[in-house]
Design a protein around this ligand. Structure first.
Ligand code: PLP
Length: 424
């Protein structure tokens, strides 16, 4: 492992090399509908596997605690400038290791332990880090949680307003992980303004749609925007915090030295690449196609009698309540996985079942859109999902396997971004 002896991965560790190869093939041969996942481009992948991983650079461009930052400062500055331009924000921090630490930095910046935060309850579609009980954010802080209306499956803004007036949270989170509808940022901003709270828009799921003009932007409504970079945005695993100039210092201090040490510079470079890609006309078309595909998938599933939470979707995501299909979400998800259709079981609002074995499944169209699949492909996928769910309920494993063969042939026909050469 010195310069004289520096064999490649297949030589050094054939076990890991083979597993990576197998995952390449699995991702190629699967219809991937996990709403938080995607395929990054070869350019993004390349940036992550570079010598930038060797460099320590605690601090920020121009204010580092280690020498040798001639190049790293330029990389991080590019990422920051691209984030600011793409989202139209005054400040961007590209160092959070992932979405959860990014949100923790928000707490550190604006709240003391025991102070009140308001977020959407996890079983209603919120994220763990929005104050859910098992998360540090729900134990170290006083958390109050809102949900959706039972009749509409949509956020109950009356409940949000009443709860905010009664509990006076210092920070309000909007956004979540299983919200199939447009987030009304101005309505949240009005509530936050009334009680002088800081509004945080967590756009982890929809960042690519916001960047591509397929979902309204929180800029002008939320003082702070938190996002992952690896979901609809199609970047590497990572996160960003964006804000008005007023909150820049507090957020930067919270990320470093508040929570983290050295930033992951290989990730920062890949974020910069993803942001450049997201600023193109093609990406705007991509974002629009994600939403069109989600609507087509929703139409296809509705035609097969599936019960969609909120009746449909405005974004990349669908939440399906399987109660009327008499099949638990977990059993459906596992059967679909055997058939090469990958998604996750998920609680639905007011779920009578337990979180580890809930009533629903969650689907998203970002990854399949990255493969170049279109709306007619989505109705085909909906047909397969219906066939698998019916077969699984009837205990017909042969029918599940038959769908699996069709799915594999179908998926293979679509080029896979980032597929390493020798898998093709
Ligand atoms: C995915 C997600 C996160 C957390 O991201 P990780 O990178 O998994 O830690 C935070 N908030 C929301 C709304 C998310 O969807």
């Amino acid at each position: 492992m010195t310069a004289e002896s520096d064999p490649d991965l297949t030589t050094t560790d054939p076990e890991i090399a083979e597993l990576i190869q197998a995952e390449n093939v699995r991702q190629r041969d699967t219809v991937r509908l996990i709403a938080s996942e995607n395929y990054v481009s070869s350019a993004v992948l390349q940036a992550t596997g570079t010598v930038l991983t060797n460099k320590y650079s605690e601090g920020y461009p121009g204010k580092r605690y280690y020498e040798g930052q001639q190049i790293i400062d330029q990389v991080e500055t590019l990422a920051i400038d691209r984030a600011k331009a793409l989202f139209g924000v005054e400040h961007a921090n590209v160092q959070p290791y992932s979405g959860s630490p990014a949100n923790l930095a928000v707490y550190l910046a604006f709240l003391k332990p025991g102070e009140t935060v308001m977020g959407m309850a996890l079983p209603m579609g919120g994220h763990l880090t929005h104050g859910w009980s098992v998360s540090a954010t729900g134990t170290w802080f006083r958390s109050v949680q809102y949900g959706v209306r039972k009749e509409t499956g949509r956020v109950d803004m009356d409940e949000v307003r009443d709860l905010a007036r009664a509990e006076r949270p210092k920070v309000i989170f909007c956004g979540g992980t299983a919200i199939p509808r447009t987030i009304d940022f101005p309505a949240f901003a009005e509530v936050a303004r009334e009680i002088d709270a800081i509004l945080v828009a967590d756009i982890a799921h929809i960042a690519g749609l916001v960047a591509g003009g397929a979902h309204p932007s929180p800029v002008g409504s939320a003082q702070v925007i938190s996002t992952t970079t690896h979901k609809t945005l199609r970047g590497p695993r990572g996160a960003m915090l964006m804000s008005t100039a007023e909150h820049a210092k507090a957020l930067d201090k919270a990320v470093f030295p508040g929570l983290q040490g050295g930033p992951h510079n290989h990730t920062t470079a890949a974020i910069a690449v993803a942001l450049k890609e997201a600023a193109t006309k093609e990406f705007r078309q991509y974002a629009a196609a994600i939403v069109e595909n989600a609507k087509a998938l929703a139409d296809g599933l509705s035609a097969h009698g599936f019960d969609l939470v909120s009746g449909g979707t405005d974004n990349h995501l669908l939440l399906v309540d399987l109660e009327n299909k008499q099949l638990p979400g977990k059993q459906a998800a596992k059967a679909l996985d055997r058939a090469g259709i990958e998604l996750n079981y998920n609680t639905v609002p007011f779920d009578p079942r337990k979180p580890f074995d809930p009533s629903g499944i969650r689907l998203g169209t970002a990854a399949v859109t990255s493969r170049g699949m279109g709306t007619s492909d989505m109705s085909q996928v909906a047909d397969w999902i219906a066939r698998v769910v019916d077969a699984e309920r009837a205990g017909d494993q042969h029918a599940v396997e038959t769908v699996g063969e069709e799915v594999r042939d179908f998926a293979r026909a679509f080029p896979m971004p980032g597929l390493s050469g020798d898998s093709a």
